[in-house]
Design a protein around this ligand. Structure first.
Ligand code: FAD
Ligand code: SF4
Length: 510
């Protein structure tokens, strides 16, 4: 029986059981398509990186004697549409059975399941063999519970996979070292040079230009610095374990004008394209910790592992539990437009300038920049979640909807009324000043609220609390903030709101 197997751009798992043996009746196909380059405006590095990784993957399969059909973006036969390309190959290659791996995005999953209902050959869907959990495990785990807290899920994961556990107790005596993961970085703690790969993607960039694919951001001398194959992915992991893990936890929330990546792993692109698995990453981190316990504290290791077996798996579970309605949620009824400076970095606010320039230049910003700088500002200025999603989904090399959407609409924008985060992640300038050196070289004064040079985050913060009282005042975790708001005299609140409204109405002037 002649079988066609589809490999999507984020399914580059060379350890998948599909590839354990060569079968001359099996043909693999990979497509670069306008369907994927155009559903949102992506960062140029994201498109080039995915295409480069897909091309490598296709070539490796060929070198290992598998049959491969690869459509490049400008190939004549390429219809630029997934199901049309598949139909074409069915006919041309007398295919009798179609097989694919579960897409992680709702959009593609639906496209595939609808397609399989229409075709007149047999079809079968396989696991991607990538995640710890199955798509619907979180739903099963949370059955009967009112809230699906990440922390509870994370503890179950630790127990189930016996990660940092001594019998049924957490190693070190506590489950979570989050409180010690909040240090401000200073230059005395040396950061080793970044691990960059000089992946030449100039050919791909040229082809994208010929195809007139619209994109955002820059690509530095046509090089893509993140891993684009399995060997590089493993090297990136080794580098992280060797040099960065030892300070990961301490500085995971820190931000600094001199360093984009600090002690972060830069593994998200490799992981989300499935060139490397979360299980391999956690195993290697644990092995490093066991070998170097005298140098590496458990708080660094726990802080990292929580992101992978906790947040990453939890976000995927929430996505599949809540889609497709999740994409429409707008609990706080925010309707403003994203300011133009999100696309240019052209703002006087130094924190935003840095976070946006990092994103435009590198297709990267770390978690706290995404949450507490750009996300915080978008929420305080009450931007419509659709606009925020489109920005986050386009700009980061690691952005795929199953992980981007719950992080953005849920964690960062509280548009889901608290299904993911128990309170909105908003702050005034004081948090930003505590965790970064941004305020020191900013024209705004982070101690002022209403003066000409006052930090915009300050008035926006109190205005947000005031305007969202109906939705938020009864939230237990907001009690302290609302009690502080209650102590501000009415005349001062009026001044603060006047200032905040001026900012919201003139966003591109700030
Ligand atoms: P590290 O800081 O080294 O962390 C290690 C790994 O942990 C990451 O590679 C990632 O796989 C995982 N991780 C950490 N935090 C999260 C999280 N909140 N959710 C899921 N996984 C997590 N991550 C994406 O992969 N794609 C996205 O589109 C994305 N969008 C985000 C949007 C917002 C508003 C926020 C607040 C976070 C988002 N994240 C997203 C999570 C996080 O910012 C990135 O995973 C991380 O910055 C990637 O860089 P790194 O590999 O150096 O991560
Ligand atoms: Fe950002 Fe305000 Fe600090 Fe400037 S003063 S960097 S705007 S937090």
């Amino acid at each position: 029986m002649k079988i066609l197997r589809l490999i999507l751009g984020d399914q580059l798992n060379s350890t998948h059981s599909w590839f354990s043996k060569v079968d001359e009746n099996v043909v693999y196909c990979l497509f670069e398509m306008r369907q994927e380059t155009d559903y949102v405006t992506h960062h140029i590095q994201k498109i080039a990186g995915f295409f480069a990784a897909m091309r490598n993957f296709g070539n490796d399969l060929k070198n290992n004697h598998h049959n491969v059909i690869y459509f490049k973006i400008n190939d004549k036969k390429n219809t630029q549409n997934l199901t049309q390309n598949l139909s074409l190959l069915f006919t041309e290659n007398s295919i009798q059975k179609f097989e694919y791996q579960s897409p992680d995005e709702y959009r593609l999953d639906k496209q595939m399941s609808d397609f399989c209902k229409e075709i007149n050959i047999e079809s079968e869907v396989f696991s991607t063999e990538h995640f710890y959990t199955e798509r619907n495990d979180l739903g099963t785990f949370s059955k009967g519970k009112k809230q699906f807290l990440m922390e509870n899920f994370y503890r179950e994961m630790r127990k189930k996979y016996q990660i940092l556990m001594v019998n049924d107790q957490p190693e070190g005596g506590i489950w979570n070292y989050d409180k010690s993961n909040r240090q401000k970085w200073n230059k005395e703690v040396l950061i080793p040079p970044q691990k960059n790969f000089d992946n030449d993607v100039s050919e791909i960039v040229k082809e994208l230009e010929i195809a007139s694919v619209k994109s955002i951001g820059k690509i530095n001398s046509k090089y893509f610095e993140y891993p684009i194959n399995r060997v590089q992915s493993l090297e990136q992991l080794d580098y992280f374990c060797e040099y960065l893990l030892m300070h990961f936890g301490d500085y995971q929330d820190a931000m600094h004008t001199d360093n984009v990546f600090l002690f972060h792993s830069k593994l998200s692109f490799a992981m989300n394209s499935k060139m490397i698995s979360p299980i391999e990453i956690v195993d290697k981190v644990l092995e490093t910790y066991r070998e170097r316990k005298n140098e590496i504290d458990i708080s660094q290791v726990e802080g990292f592992i929580r992101q992978i077996i906790g947040w990453r798996e939890y976000m995927r579970g929430m996505y599949w539990m809540l889609m497709p309605a999740y994409k429409e949620e707008n609990f706080l009824e925010n309707h403003h437009k994203l300011p133009d400076f999100f696309w240019t970095g052209n703002t006087k606010m130094n924190c935003l300038k840095n976070a946006i320039h990092n994103s435009l230049d590198n297709g990267y910003a770390h978690h706290i920049q995404r949450l507490m700088i750009t996300g915080n500002f978008a929420l305080l200025t009450q931007i419509h979640p659709d606009q925020i999603d489109a920005w986050y989904l386009g700009i980061y090399v690691d952005a795929i909807e199953w992980v981007q959407l719950p992080n953005t609409r849920g964690m960062s924008q509280f548009a889901d009324a608290g299904k993911i985060a128990t309170k909105p992640y908003v702050s005034s300038g004081s948090y930003i000043s505590k965790m970064s050196n941004y305020c020191g070289s900013c024209g705004y004064n982070n101690k002022e609220k209403t003066t000409k040079n006052a930090c915009p985050f300050n008035s926006l913060y109190w205005n947000f609390l005031e305007e969202k009282k109906v939705q938020l005042a009864s939230n237990f975790r907001m009690k302290m903030m609302y009690s502080l708001l209650g102590k501000i005299p009415a005349s001062e609140i009026a001044e603060i709101q006047e200032k905040a409204h001026h900012i919201i109405n003139h966003l591109d002037e700030y």
